[in-house]
Design a protein around this ligand. Structure first.
Ligand SMILES: [Zn+2]
Length: 397
């Protein structure tokens, strides 16, 4: 065990490791790039973690600049502000020339622009600084690091009803938050850089009919895997079962009036980012990724198996709950409950999204269920009913 203490920072770690202490008087400024290998297949977001190698807490776009304040094996620490740090893969940062000043400065006046499917907030930045977006039921907050407010004006560009009110706060000398309070519940948002400006796009919720909440909706279903996926005791492959369930759920949702798109319809492998990109590009109102469980962390599947559903973004908790209840009603398996999980297919910000693990492919009876026409229809009815229940609930709010 090695312990290194410098000011308020203490790092404990097991050997082997390599620690580099950086001179705070000579900050190393880096630019973030999740595709330094130039594969052209990445989502242009580098995950930032509160602990080295930990779960994702920030999503840092390629081109963001930040001060690097430490290194721990293959992780580097970005000093987002005086009090906030994020760990990212060392392979995802490129040092800028020595003497590059730390990014930061003042943020000027902001403006909303109403568009047909969204409203866009334009924020002029002094540099492409790190940020984080968080949401509440009726609000979206943009936190900008390393900057101070000179937001003299917050222009609404009209009186569009989607954004009820804008405000900003300076919770620390070098952190600025801009909050948009929305009239409806949050449906989705996305962020991009446009030159030196940051654009925060807030999605308009679909117009929902409480009598026929599925009618006219765009639903993207994602049959989980390949690549990878579990295999049952008699050889049922997870990607085969998930595609069969997705095709049946498509039939049911189309009968209810939805436009349903599948991320894959054959057995060719498809990576995760093309699946979420597909959902966003097709304007999915809802995204559900269909899986079968095998050996989840910390659970013995032979004594603890059943149905669970995962979400990531706060707005999707209601979708996960509705799916879990509907799947329990159809399949009658033990309810392992809903959970928040760091799954790529649950992370999109543009629409409510959830990932279903309705049954355990490792358990012989549940493998048989997933292999049978009857069991696949039950799983499909649970997915369709869960989506419908979620949309009906939103229509009534
Ligand atoms: Zn899976």
């Amino acid at each position: 065990m090695l312990e290194v203490a410098a000011a308020a920072d203490t790092v404990r770690a097991l050997w082997p490791l390599r620690v580099t202490l950086l001179d705070p008087a000579r900050p190393v400024v880096v630019t973030v790039d999740d595709d330094t290998a130039r594969t052209g297949t990445t989502d242009s977001l580098t995950p930032g973690r509160a602990v080295p190698g930990g779960t994702y807490n920030w999503f840092v776009p390629t081109g963001t600049t930040a001060v690097m304040s430490g290194r721990w094996n293959d992780q580097v620490r970005l000093q987002l502000s005086r009090s906030a740090v994020a760990w990212v893969n060392a392979a995802d940062v490129v040092p800028l020339p020595e003497g590059t000043p730390p990014p930061g400065g003042a943020v000027g006046s902001v403006r909303l622009t109403p568009e047909s499917g969204s409203v866009v907030l334009r924020v002029p930045l002094p540099a492409l600084v790190p940020y984080q977006v968080t949401e509440d039921e009726h609000s979206v907050t943009l936190r900008l690091y390393g900057v101070a407010s000179d937001v003299n004006w917050m222009q609404y560009g009209g009186t569009d009803p989607l954004v009820r009110r804008m405000s900003y706060a300076q919770p620390a000398a070098d952190e600025l938050t801009i909050t948009l309070e929305l009239a409806p519940r949050v449906w989705g948002y996305r962020v991009r850089f446009d030159g030196r400006d940051l654009l925060l796009e807030i999605r308009r919720p679909p117009a929902l009919d409480a009598e026929h909440p599925v009618r006219g909706r765009v639903v993207v279903l994602d049959p989980g895997h390949p690549p990878l996926g579990a295999t049952g005791p008699t050889g049922l492959r997870e990607p085969v079962a998930t595609l069969a369930v997705a095709l049946k759920a498509k039939t049911l949702l189309e009968r209810a009036g939805a436009q349903v798109l599948l991320t894959r319809t054959d057995s060719f492998p498809m990576e995760l980012f093309p699946r979420t990109r597909f959902a966003e590009q097709h304007g999915a109102d809802v995204l559900v990724s269909i899986h079968a469980n095998a050996f989840p962390d910390g659970v013995n599947p032979f004594t603890n198996n059943g149905t669970s559903v995962y979400y990531f973004q706060p707005r999707s908790a209601d979708l996960a709950r509705a799916l879990d209840r509907a799947l329990i009603a159809e399949l009658g398996l033990r309810d392992l409950g809903m959970g928040r999980g760091d799954y790529a297919l649950a992370r999109p910000t543009w629409m409510p999204a959830a990932l279903t693990e309705a049954a355990f492919i490792m358990i012989p009876e549940q493998e048989a269920l997933l292999a049978s026409e009857d069991g696949q229809w039950k799983y499909a009815r649970g997915v369709a009913a869960g989506i419908e229940a979620f949309l009906r609930e939103r229509a009534q709010q």
